[in-house]
Design a binder for this molecule. Structure first.
Ligand SMILES: NC(=O)c1ccc[n+]([C@@H]2O[C@H](COP(=O)([O-])OP(=O)(O)OC[C@H]3O[C@@H](n4cnc5c(N)ncnc54)[C@H](OP(=O)(O)O)[C@@H]3O)[C@@H](O)[C@H]2O)c1
Length: 319
């Protein structure tokens, strides 16, 4: 595994990080998730990303991760792990169970720590900006959480360039710098290229793109239909069959050909295409099997691109 410095911080993160959004909930097979986490750590993935609501049931991914830690990661290994959680989306009933108030963020992290059996997380995120709560309150809550010793670093997710800039400046003024930003970014979703990456670079904040494989679209998964057990086949999957259009399939097929010429799987090309930008600290993947995980980590064997390859990819994406 290769490790990149996260922005201008002292923290190194593996170039591939593992997220537990899908495949680790109470509806999933526990031993499969356990095998993926164990394999990830054995291959040098030190960073595991969670959120209060991951499941389904919401909260169950954190519970399962806590069980895996208890079974397989003796206490001394805690210092070899970077574990993150987040709060922002709906988690419990009533007015305090979502968005960005101090009340919600502090209470939610306490719940997450309990579910995972941890004293602290390494990174705690505001999962989304809240248009109705002053940014000062949300950032103030992140600062408090760090001062309470419940998180070592803080991050932002889904904040647009202007919002991110203001939030980063508030955090700086509080003395709790923003470590990292977690946006959706892949070959199919490129909004971060219009300003966000520049802001992050300017302030020395790292970047961890989520869904770098567009939830599995940027792989060979759907080239021959929708396989049983795939995300698009599941009722609770966030990838909907309707997103696999003829036009998308055509692009996937053409990208797959370029990947073959590079001697890579399409998944591997989708990941290295993101990592060629030095502002990207690590790619945050999901996986439903140890094989997928291994395939994604092996992407690091071919990180370089020729100008011709980049132009060919660009032609498909813009076509
Ligand atoms: N901050 C936010 O708002 C936010 C939102 C979403 C996600 N996230 C984070 O980002 C993480 C990753 O998101 P994601 O799961 O959507 O990421 P992704 O890497 O884009 O998609 C993962 C899916 O792609 C398929 N796949 C992975 N590797 C493959 C391979 N080598 N060959 C073929 N198929 C492969 C699998 O689908 P199948 O299951 O069909 O096998 C897997 O479940 C989440 O776990 C979470 O931590 C954050």
């Amino acid at each position: 595994m290769k490790y990149n410095r996260c922005g201008k911080s002292g923290l190194l993160l593996p170039v591939v990080s593992l997220g537990l959004w899908h495949n680790f909930g109470s509806v999933d097979v526990f031993d499969n998730g356990r095998a993926i986490v164990r394999r990830a750590f054995d291959r040098g993935i030190t960073h595991f990303d969670l959120a209060n609501n991951y499941g389904p049931e919401p909260g169950s991914a954190e519970e399962n991760f806590g069980k895996i830690l208890k079974k397989d990661f003796p206490g001394y290994l805690r210092d070899e792990l970077i574990i993150s959680s987040k709060a922002g989306y709906l988690m419990w009933h009533g007015p305090y169970g979502e968005w960005g108030s101090r009340k919600y963020l502090v209470a939610s992290l306490n719940q997450s720590l309990q579910r995972m059996g941890l004293d602290y997380v390494d990174i705690f995120y505001s999962h989304r900006p809240d248009p109705h709560t002053p940014l000062e309150e949300t950032m103030g809550a992140l600062d408090t959480i760090v001062r309470q010793g419940k998180a070592l670093y803080v991050g932002l997710s889904n904040y647009k360039p202007e919002e991110a800039k203001r939030a980063i400046e508030i955090l700086n003024s509080l003395g709790t710098p923003c470590l990292i930003h977690q946006p959706k970014y892949s070959m199919f979703e490129r909004w971060v290229e219009d300003g966000l990456l520049d802001v992050l670079e300017q302030y020395g904040v790292g970047c961890i793109p989520f869904s770098p494989l567009a939830q599995g679209l940027l792989t060979d998964r759907y080239l021959k239909g929708i396989p049983e057990g795939s995300r698009a086949s599941k009722v609770h999957g966030f990838l909907k069959a309707s997103q696999i259009t003829e036009e998308t399939l055509d692009k996937i097929t053409r990208l797959n050909e370029i990947a073959k010429q590079r001697g890579q799987s399409l998944a591997q090309m989708a990941l290295t295409w993101l990592l060629k930008d030095k502002r990207i600290t690590t790619v945050l993947i999901g996986a439903s099997s140890v094989e997928q995980l291994d395939n994604n980590i092996d992407a690091m064997n071919n990180l370089d691109y020729t100008q011709d390859e980049l132009s060919a990819i660009e032609a498909v994406l813009r076509g």
